[in-house]
Design a protein around this ligand. Structure first.
Ligand SMILES: Nc1ncnc2c1ncn2[C@@H]1O[C@H](COP(=O)(O)OP(=O)(O)OP(=O)(O)O)[C@@H](O)[C@H]1O
Length: 245
């Protein structure tokens, strides 16, 4: 672990209960995880085990009952909402399975949107958005709307939007879930390349052992807790054995 220095995500004993009024579901039952700067960590486990809940709670998108989450030393759960929003906009990028792109906006307008919302001047936002599209190989598609792009291209736009601010942490929930395996592989190439170039910390929820095999380590969850951790080498062997190579 010497190639990574400081801990940027430090979660201790996080408990999260959903209360639907009729039933209470304890989705996280005391989860602790430390992730170091520049690490790519995959979160795997059966459907309903708490992966998305972990991502939402750790990234400050959702509240939790108890425990602590420090991001770069900052206790985001207890930040005032406006500061939390600003912190997320500045330091975090989000990539979801369903692209969450606005259909009426062009690729470049989608990418610049978070910058405009956080107060960047439109001219500067446009330059940064074009530069981000360049990084994902889509500058020539800047004026196309999402419907005019393939699934892989749309996911690239989502990645450009997540990276436009050069965030220190990227949270990805099934980033390749909607893609065929060749395109999924290309998207992972891109994520790995960007991680290597910018030393972003990436937390990736995935069902795909091939995706996990590209990460530095894989955390396995079951029923709201972390049950095991595997190295990249172990996941590469597992991916190969499952025929996923
Ligand atoms: N908004 C909600 N209200 C009530 N229960 C919820 C809510 N969101 C999630 N849950 C429950 O919390 C548990 C964990 O859900 P979560 O979405 O984190 O699982 P997951 O591992 O990401 O699943 P999947 O792989 O299917 O996406 C599940 O039992 C789920 O039904």
């Amino acid at each position: 672990m010497n190639e990574f220095d400081d801990v940027v995500i430090d979660a201790r004993d996080v408990v999260k209960t959903y209360d639907t009024g009729t039933v209470q579901v304890q989705a996280l039952r005391g989860v602790s995880l430390q992730v170091r700067r520049g690490e790519m960590v995959a979160i795997m486990g059966p459907s309903g085990c708490g992966k998305t809940t972990l991502l939402n709670c750790f990234s400050g998108l959702d509240e939790f009952d108890s425990g602590t989450v420090l991001i770069a030393g900052q206790d985001i759960a207890h930040m005032p909402d406006d500061r939390k929003t600003e912190f997320r906009a500045r330091d975090m990028g989000f990539v979801f399975q369903t692209y969450n792109l606005l259909p009426v906006l062009s690729a470049v307008e989608n990418v610049e949107l978070p910058l405009i919302v956080s107060g960047t001047r439109p001219k500067v936002a446009r330059e940064l958005a074009l530069e981000a599209l360049d990084r994902v190989g889509l500058r020539a598609w800047a004026n196309q709307r999402p419907a005019q792009l393939s699934g892989g291209q749309r996911q690239r736009v989502t990645i450009a939007r997540a990276l436009v601010n050069h965030p220190s942490i990227v949270w990805a929930d099934e980033p390749t879930g909607a893609l065929d395996s060749k395109t999924a592989n290309e998207i992972m190439d891109l994520i790995v390349e960007l991680n290597a170039a910018e030393r972003q910390t990436c937390v990736i929820v995935t069902h795909d052992p091939k995706v996990a095999a590209r990460c530095h380590r894989t955390i396995h969850m079951a029923d709201g807790v972390i049950v095991r951790e595997d190295s990249r080498e172990t996941m590469q062997t597992a991916a190969a054995a499952s025929g996923a190579e």
